[in-house]
Write a new protein. Sequence first.
Length: 197
Amino acid sequence: MIRVNLLPHRQLKREARQRQFGLMAAFTAAVAVALIFMAYTIISAKIESQLERNTRLTEAIAKLDKEIADIKELKNQISVMLERKQVVENLQTNRSQAVIILDEVSRQLPDGMFLRSIKQVGDVITIEGVADTNARVATLVRNFDRSTRLESPNLVEIKSVITNNQKQNIFTMTVKLKAPQADTEDAALKAAAKVKS
C-alpha cells in the first residue's frame, strides 16, 4: 500500500528554517550590539582615563612652572646677594688703599716739589704737582718705577712757569697701581707654614 504524506512538510521545513534564521539574526544582532556596547564602554573609559591623566599632567606642569619661576626668582636674589657681597668685599679690600697710595707717593716724592692734586680712576692715578727743576720730576719718575706698589709712570706734561719771580715746573703724570700679588703670596706662604706646623 502506498502512503502519501499530505502534510505540507516543505512549508514546515521552510518555516522552521525561517525561525532558525530569525533566531540566528536576532542572536547575531544581540551579539553585535553587545560588542559595540562593550567597545564603546572600553573606549569611553580609556578616553576618560586619558583625560584625567592629561588633567593631572597639566596640573603637574603648572605646579612645576610655578616652582621654576620660584627657582628663577631665588637665582636672581642669589645673584643680587652675590653682587652685594662682591661690592662689600671690594670695599673691605680697598678701604685702606687711599692711605697706602698717599703713603707710597709721599715716600717717593723728592725734596723741592709738592703736589697739587691726586686723582684715581680704576688703577690709574693722575698726579699734578710743582717742582723746582726738571731733574726732580725725572727723579720722581724713577722712584715710581722702582716702587713696590706703583708701576708704569708716564709723564703727560711738564711746563715752566714763573710765579713770584721764581721759575717752577708744573707737571702732570700718570702711574698705575700694581696688583697686590706679593701680599697674596705672603699670605699663602704664611697659611702653608701654619698648616705644616
